[in-house]
Design a protein around this ligand. Structure first.
Ligand SMILES: CC(C)(COP(=O)(O)OP(=O)(O)OC[C@H]1O[C@@H](n2cnc3c(N)ncnc32)[C@H](O)[C@@H]1OP(=O)(O)O)[C@@H](O)C(=O)NCCC(=O)NCCS
Length: 132
């Protein structure tokens, strides 16, 4: 997961092995790996889940890997009891925003100057239907 993450985020924002180990040790946190070079980490607490991070290696992009990881992780969280799934994405991250909108996430709020480069974060939310 750390190796994939390092190809998708610059050094200050890439999570190392220790960060993944720590996160995966917390209750309710689970991750999915795609064999072609993608990963997602989710956290479930009570009936809410959060996408902690998602990355696909540059050479594997636009092949549906992120969409498939998001769909699988969302379905897993819903099966574990999540009624709402949240995530944060930079307003400048066109690729990720398009991915999330296409997956059914809608804007639920905004955190001004949230990221280290001073850009705002959009908070997005998806409520899986009961049959999801
Ligand atoms: C965002 C990211 C995870 C997308 O991964 P991916 O595997 O390329 O995404 P998919 O192929 O599943 O794309 C699904 C849909 O998302 C949208 N999308 C994905 N990349 C896009 C781009 N560069 N520009 C516009 N739309 C894009 C499209 O609607 C796409 O469907 P389409 O290819 O049929 O048009 C990847 O670009 C990445 O790792 N980026 C760096 C890390 C990052 O920003 N993570 C998310 C942090 S919130």
């Amino acid at each position: 997961m750390a190796a994939i993450h390092a190809t998708a985020f610059s050094p200050p924002d890439a999570w190392g092995r220790d960060a993944f180990s720590l996160q995966l040790g917390f209750p309710g946190v689970f991750g999915l790996l795609h064999p072609s070079g993608g990963m997602i980490l989710m956290r479930l607490a009570a009936d809410e889940a959060e996408v902690l991070t998602l990355a696909v290696t540059p050479e594997a992009r636009r092949g549906g890997i992120a969409a498939s990881l998001l769909s699988e992780a969302t379905a897993t969280a819903a099966a574990m009891g999540a009624k709402s799934i949240f995530l944060e994405v930079s307003v400048t991250n066109i690729a990720a925003s398009a991915l999330y909108s296409r997956a059914g996430f809608i804007e639920a709020g905004r955190r001004p100057h949230y990221y280290s480069d001073n850009t705002d974060a959009l908070v997005m939310r998806f409520d899986p239907p009961d049959h999801f």
